[in-house]
Design a binder for this molecule. Sequence first.
Ligand SMILES: Cc1ncc(COP(=O)(O)O)c(C=O)c1O
Length: 350
Amino acid sequence: MRQLDFRSDTVTKPSPEMRAAMAAATVGDDVLERDPTMDALERRVAELLGKEAGLWTPTGCMANLIALMLHLQRGDRFLAPAQAHVLSAELGTGAWLAGGMPEALSWDVGPGICSPLQLWKAIGSAGPYYVLRTSLLCLENTHNFAGGICLSTQETRELTDIAHERGLKVHLDGARLWHAAAALDESLPALASGADSVSVCLSKGLGAPMGSVLAGSKDFIQAARRTRKMLGGGVRQGGVVAAAGLVALDYLPRISEDHNKAKRLAEGLRSFGLNVELPETNIVLAPVVDANLARQSLEDAGVRVLPVGSALRFITHRDLTERDVDEALARMEPLVERMLITWEGDRPMI
Ligand SMILES: Cc1ncc(COP(=O)(O)O)c(C=O)c1O
């Protein structure tokens, strides 16, 4: 039975064109001098985002970490929406490597979104020398664990204006900023304009085997290049993977196809009686009674998903077709009762 893999949009395999481009890439030594293909990718992504310069990193986590290391000093606090990737899925590196005290902003506007008023209050006012100094706001667009929720240009602006007025820097974790731009029909530079730094992923949704780009001002990226080396992220013939990144960008005009697949999936799950919100982008959250148990039932039927809190997370991507979505729904329909199982005492009834 073919596995239908909805665990993440990172599970895609490089396409034949991508592999061909990797094999044919012109390369140099990106640590000694610049690798020309890497250089082309970094310029292209910076341009797409409306920033002066870009720096490739092997992962989104490294791009975020470099930004946090540059924006934070020890004794600083940084703010991010609850369940942001930097708070909950990067092993606390914002604290133990970048030296910042993390503080979560609650979702008082809606899933993944915090109000300007809450931000204002959380920043507080400057205290005596011995209290934490709030110096960074870290936004995430789309918000992964909130279900791929988009932050519009206007919402971003309202938050980044307050942050800047109060002397904070802003980092935007835009691992899936491409998805927000497509779903909102807003431009990438507009969505990124209020951020001092922005990270985007080429390996999520776009199909590259690895790679993210951190973008910002020329000075920021120059400093970021040193920090990347410090973390062991300087690559030599990086053009081989940068070539994959350049091909991955060709998928940008097709990204809303994945949103349509997610909607089709959500509608199917709703028709089975599951309490599923229609997705804004390519992430569907299906609340279930016991996420681990439900995940296992689906896995046995060849539908792979990940539990996120008390929900199952499905992510659609370029390696799944609409027919795969229909096939997954057909495999899941007989299992729905197991997903909606009721609890008796402190254990699920199965
Ligand atoms: C919002 C967000 N930021 C950052 C990352 C980290 O990316 P990577 O797995 O490439 O380190 C992820 C990964 O899923 C993510 O969803």
